[in-house]
Design a protein around this ligand. Structure first.
Ligand SMILES: *Cc1c(COP(=O)(O)O)cnc(C)c1O
Length: 330
C-alpha cells in the first residue's frame, strides 16, 4: 500500500543506512541482525526525534507558530533536536527541562545553549504540571505577539507519529521478509509509529519494544492511548489488540537514565565489534534486550531482526563523570 503522508519539512538525512554488522552477527550466530542507523539522521540533529520533528514542525508552521515549546529531562535528546531543528526551520524554541540548572553545561544541554534555546529549569513538582506550564508559556508568547506550538515530551503526539510510520515504510523497502523490529521505548512514540506503519503496509513482522523505565503494562497502555489519539486526529481506523503491542520487561535496570557496568561494557563491546556507538540511556538497554531475547531462544536462527539505533551519542558524552566511576578509564 502507498501511504499518503501529511506535509513535512526536510530535516533528516533519509533514507538512513540499514547495515548488517558482521562481527555482532558472527558472535551471536543467528538470527540475522540488521541495524537501522537512525543515529545517522544528521550530526547534531541525529536520532529518532528528528523524524518526528519533520512532521511536527510542518504542522507548527502550517498553524502560523513562530516558537516551539517542548519539555524533557535535563539531558533530553528530544529537546536538543527540537532546539537545533527550530533554527533550521527559522523558528525559536523554549525548553522546559526537568532538573536543576547545573554548574557546567554538557552534552545535549550544551547544544541547547549553543542553539540559543530559551531554557527553563523545572523542579520535579513543576514537571508534573508541565502541560499547564506549557499553556502558560503559550499565553506569555501571545502577549508578546508571538505564537507558540506545544510539543509533548519525545514529540509523542499525532503529528510526530508520522515520523516512524515513514521509517517502517523505509525499512520495508530496504529489506524483505523481516520477522521482527526491535527498539528501546522511552515515551512510546517511536513504537507507536512503527506499529501503525506495519499495519498500514500490511506487514507481518512483530515489533518489540524494550522499556527503559517503568514496566511493560504502563507502556502498553501508553502506546494504545497514543495510537487511539492518532486514529482520532487523522480520522483513521487502525484496529489492534493489546497483545500485539509487545513490550519486553526486565532490561530497564534501576530506572530511567540509570545505568551501570553492564551497559557500559555492552557499549564498548558493540563498538569494538563493528564501530557502532550506543548510548547509556536507551540503545544499550535495547541491545541488552535483543541479545537477552536471542539467548532465550525467541528467534529462529535464520530469521531476520532489525534493531533500530535511535541515536543518543550526546547523552553518552555528557555522562563521563559517572562512567569514570563505573569503569576505569586509562
Ligand atoms: C527518545 C529516545 C528514545 C525513545 O523513543 P520514544 O519515541 O520516546 O519511545 C530512544 N532512543 C533515544 C536515543 C532517544 O533519544
Amino acid at each position: 500500500m502507498k501511504i499518503k503522508y501529511p506535509e513535512k519539512v526536510k530535516l533528516a538525512r533519509l533514507p538512513t543506512p540499514l547495515e548488517k554488522p558482521e562481527n555482532l552477527n558472527r558472535r551471536t550466530g543467528g538470527p540475522e541482525i540488521y541495524i537501522k542507523r537512525d543515529d545517522l539522521t544528521g550530526c547534531a540533529t541525529s536520532g529518532n526525534k528528528i523524524r518526528k520533528l519533520e512532521f511536527a514542525i510542518a504542522d507548527a508552521k502550517k498553524k502560523g507558530a513562530d516558537t516551539l515549546i517542548t519539555c524533557g529531562w535535563l539531558n533530553s535528546n528530544h529537546c536538543r533536536a527540537t532546539s537545533i531543528a527550530s533554527r533550521k526551520a527559522g523558528l525559536r524554541a523554549i525548553l522546559l527541562l526537568r532538573g536543576e540548572k547545573p554548574e557546567h553545561y554538557r552534552g545535549n544541554l550544551f547544544l541547547d545553549f549553543i542553539s540559543g534555546a530559551d531554557i527553563r529549569f523545572l523542579t520535579p513538582e513543576e514537571y508534573e504540571r508541565r502541560d499547564e506550564i506549557m499553556e502558560d508559556v503559550q499565553k506569555e508568547l501571545l502577549e508578546e505577539g508571538r505564537k507558540g506550538y506545544p510539543i509533548p515530551a519525545g514529540a509523542t503526539f499525532p503529528p510526530g507519529l508520522w515520523g516512524y510510520i515513514g521509517a517502517m515504510d523505509e525499512i520495508s523497502r530496504q529489506l524483505n521478509d523481516i520477522d521482527a523490529v526491535f527498539i528501546p521505548v522511552g515515551t512510546g512514540g517511536t513504537y507507536a509509529g512503527l506499529f501503525i506503519g506495519k499495519k498500514m503496509l500490511g506487514l507481518t513482522c512483530d515489533i518489540y519494544g524494550i522499556n527503559v523505565e517503568d514496566d511493560s503494562e504502563y507502556f502498553v497502555d501508553e502506546i494504545s492511548r497514543v495510537i487511539e489519539e492518532w486514529n482520532g486526529f487523522e480520522g483513521m481506523n487502525i484496529t489492534f489488540k493489546r497483545e500485539e503491542i509487545k513490550i519486553i520487561d526486565g532490561y530497564q535496570g534501576e530506572g530511567y537514565s540509570i545505568f551501570g557496568r553492564e551497559e557500559i561494557s555492552l557499549i564498548r563491546e558493540i563498538c569494538m565489534d563493528d564501530g557502532i556507538i550506543l548510548d547509556p540511556v536507551y540503545t544499550s538497554k535495547g541491545m541488552k534486550g535483543l541479545l537477552g531475547e536471542i539467548k532465550k531462544g525467541r528467534f529462529d536462527k535464520n530469521s531476520r531482526v532489525v534493531f533500530i539505533h535511535t541515536g543518543g551519542i550526546f547523552g553518552l558524552l555528557s555522562r563521563l563523570d559517572e562512567i569514570e566511576k563505573i569503569v576505569e578509564i586509562e
